[in-house]
Ligand binder design. Structure first.
Ligand code: S3P
Length: 178
């Protein structure tokens, strides 16, 4: 039986807001991988990318995923690129049901625009084109990793949370009881 819920998906699909609400609703701990990485390095994600580059960030992400994979009864929100290194998913799946959130590129653009500067990979001249290219490359990784896939484009946070809790009720591998 698995007691964690692992949220994956592209930037701006709602992993953090949905994760916080879901954890609250189910009485689980909320863990955000990017926050762990920021805490360890004493700086923000954009500063880590700027000072040390993406390869260093991915190594930190692997270390953080390894650390939290042994948690129990937690909702774990992952960064959008976590799926690129298969060992992250292999580790998180041992005790976690993987929920992948998706959204249309234009919805992602709108959502990420509000926090411009927070996503180094989208700090480019044509972020919508970059979003499309990255999704094209990453979608097979998201699809392969997901136990549950949810399109959040036209859904509120509360609606997404309800879809997740309903799917978990039917999932025989998920153990909600502490
Ligand atoms: C990334 C997504 C970000 C963060 C980093 C890289 C990605 O997390 O981990 O900027 O490669 O998609 P969010 O998905 O929470 O924005």
């Amino acid at each position: 039986m698995k007691s964690n819920i692992v949220l994956i998906g592209f930037m701006g699909t709602g992993k953090t807001s949905v994760g916080k609400r879901l954890a609250e609703k189910l009485g689980l701990e909320f863990i955000e991988l990017d926050q762990i990485i920021e805490g360890r390095n004493g700086k923000s994600i954009p500063d880590i990318f700027r000072d040390s580059g993406e390869i260093f960030f991915r190594e930190e992400e692997i270390a953080a995923a390894k650390e939290v994979a042994v948690s129990e009864h937690a909702v774990i929100a992952c960064g959008g690129g976590l799926v690129l290194n298969k060992i992250n998913i292999d580790r998180l799946k041992i005790n976690g049901i993987v929920v992948c959130l998706t959204a249309s590129p234009s919805a992602i653009l709108k959502r990420t625009d509000k926090e411009s500067g927070a996503r180094p990979l989208l700090a480019v001249e044509d972020p919508e084109e970059t979003i499309r290219e990255l999704i094209l490359y990453r979608q097979p990784y998201y699809d392969r990793a997901a136990d549950i896939l949810i399109d959040t484009t036209d859904k509120s946070i509360e609606e997404v949370v309800s879809v997740i809790t309903e799917s978990l009720e039917k999932n025989e591998s998920f153990n909600r009881q502490k």
